[in-house]
Design a protein around this ligand. Structure first.
Ligand code: SAH
Length: 253
């Protein structure tokens, strides 16, 4: 899969692509990330990429022309009709389902805005989809792009050491769609607090049951909406319901 980023600050992405567990995916080209700077497609001595907004007001607006030239260069190079995605507060909030869709795709062209945003005519002419990271304002789309690429890369086969470890993570509908259970490691006693004894028991069934119950309890507490979704989608069994009822944890019903 290939993701092309149009960004005025490619240097922000470079260290991100070289560090951590996802590095393998990026360096092997399993998730092929290419950086294109619209400034390289700007005209004149000053290589201008922004200008003052028509109608007045604060800040600067990214020019449509260098962005379009950069996009056309990328599109000519990859020639697969990949969707053009703009990071923007306008977009649908990024979630697990969207990440899975991108993780199974051939990739996209990701457009990172800066300043007050991008000339709307570029958006109208070229953008297929808008993605938001949440209801807050970033100073650029690069952080959103890193979030998407990070989440997509860790779902690629072989990227996490243990082939299936992402299956146990939060939000995974292939498991239960619930939040992950708490994790513990050495020492067995820390600051006077022991780890839950069941985890030292070596009893795999009991450990699995405890983890399941922790997922249920945490999700009931923090994300009752997800618990209800799991219930509606038939991912809670009678044993789960008994556990929830016993502890007065019913979720959003
Ligand atoms: N004037 C705009 C914000 C511009 S911030 C507004 O008020 O909606 C500059 C750029 O950062 C945007 O063009 C977008 O690419 C990126 N950005 C800001 N907030 C974002 C968010 N919540 N999700 C994704 N991208 C965001």
């Amino acid at each position: 899969m290939r993701f092309d980023l149009l960004t005025l600050f490619p240097e922000l992405l470079e260290p991100f692509l070289r560090v951590g567990i996802n590095r393998r995916a990026f360096e092997s080209g399993q998730v092929d990330v290419r950086l294109t700077n619209p400034r390289d497609f700007a005209h004149g001595n000053y290589k201008r990429v922004d200008d003052r907004p028509f109608g007045g007001g604060p800040g600067m607006v990214m020019l449509a022309e260098p962005l379009q030239a950069a996009l056309q260069a990328v599109q000519a190079d990859r020639a697969d009709g990949a969707p053009v995605v703009l990071f923007s507060p306008v977009g649908r909030r990024l979630d697990h389902a969207q990440v899975v869709r991108w993780a199974d795709s051939a990739g996209a062209v990701l457009v990172c805005g800066r300043y007050e945003g991008i000339d709307q005519r570029f958006i109208d002419a070229h953008v297929d989809e808008q993605v938001s990271l949440g209801d807050f304002v970033l100073s650029g789309g690069e952080v959103a792009a890193m979030a998407l690429l990070d989440a997509v890369a860790r779902l690629q086969p072989g990227v996490l050491g243990d082939a299936d470890s992402h299956l146990m993570d939060s939000f995974n509908p292939e498991l239960d769609g619930l939040l992950d259970c708490p994790h513990y490691t050495r020492p067995e006693q820390w600051n006077g607090t022991p780890v839950p004894p069941v985890l030292l028991s070596g009893h795999h069934e009991q450990i699995a049951r405890w983890r399941r119950e922790q997922r249920l309890a945490l999700t009931a507490q923090y994300r009752p909406d997800l618990l209800e979704q799991a219930r509606v989608q038939g991912r809670l069994d009678a044993q789960d319901e008994r556990f929830l009822a016993r502890h007065g944890l019913r979720g959003a019903t």
